[in-house]
Design a protein around this ligand. Structure first.
Ligand code: OAD
Ligand code: ZN
Length: 239
């Protein structure tokens, strides 16, 4: 385990398949709060009050207030230096895959294509009853209703206790298994199955990289560890 930027540079230069997994840390650089740790959202709020179907059925107003607040923060922000650097990486390697746990859409805004959005999108609304869905960037002070059946619309994000999209997960697992370098950045790796992707990559021979100012449960398993903010290192990887 070492933070050898030169070594990683050389490795990246001869690698064809590179996978990056991101978490809320890359968007923290744009003023969007992370979930865990000192100023994390889950310090002040319980996930079971805001990010479960049970909570939504009990109080859709409260859940929508939370999502409307987050949508506002994201709307007022834009992609940051890390999103932009990752988008550049996508152009550099033909075999590049970006997997994100973030629902904010900032990777796409930075120009990344084909992002595997494991936890969905805060900008997609889906009906809790029928198959209605739409892209939507409005500000909602009340609960939006389905124009087809009149039931409540919810953000199309993965809540606790809900399964991930199967195809998206399969594609992410395949990318992890076939990558030569797997970079985990801005995530505490506390939520499965995203967290186990780095270890899948390692077991199938990839060099693993962690970029995070804090240690995670998997830090000791990583081949390269950079205990810094993402914006301090990602632009250097494409230089
Ligand atoms: P967490 O809040 O669990 O972790 C954010 C990580 O980013 C922490 O380890 C921080 O140390 C790190 N970090 C903060 N600033 C950083 C920076 N500038 N550069 C690099 N790293 C930085 O967020 P996630 O791991 O994304 O799920 O959380 C995973 C999932 O848990 C989320 O997708 C969400 C949440 O509950 C759902 O909503 C389903
Ligand atoms: Zn409906």
């Amino acid at each position: 385990m070492f933070s050898d930027l030169n070594g990683l540079h050389k490795l990246l230069a001869k690698s064809l398949r590179v996978t990056v997994l991101t978490g809320s840390g890359v968007s923290a650089e744009c003023g969007i709060p992370v979930f865990r740790g000192e100023s994390g959202i889950w310090n002040d709020h319980k996930p079971e009050d805001l990010a479960t179907m049970k909570a939504f059925k009990r109080s859709p107003e409260l859940v929508w207030a939370f999502y409307n607040w987050r949508r506002g923060l994201i709307r007022d922000s834009g992609p940051g230096p890390s999103h932009l650097a990752i988008a550049e990486m996508g152009k550099k390697w033909d075999g590049f895959t970006l997997i994100t746990q973030n629902v904010d859409g900032l990777h796409e805004a930075a120009g990344s294509d084909g992002v595997k959005k494991l936890h969905g999108s805060i900008w997609q609304l889906v009906c809790i009853r029928c198959d209605y869905r739409r892209e939507d960037r409005e500000e909602w002070t009340e609960v939006p209703k389905c124009p087809k059946c009149g039931n409540n619309l919810r953000p199309d994000v993965v809540w606790f206790g809900e399964p991930l999209d199967n195809d998206m997960l399969d594609q992410s697992i395949n990318a992890a298994l076939s990558s030569q370098v797997f970079i985990s950045v801005g995530t505490s790796l506390m939520v499965q199955p995203a967290a186990s992707l780095a270890m899948l990559a390692k077991q199938s021979g990839a060099a693993t990289v962690e970029i995070n100012p804090q240690k995670t449960f998997y830090t000791g398993e990583m081949d390269y560890v950079f205990n810094v903010e993402a914006r301090d290192i990602l632009p250097k990887l494409i230089a």
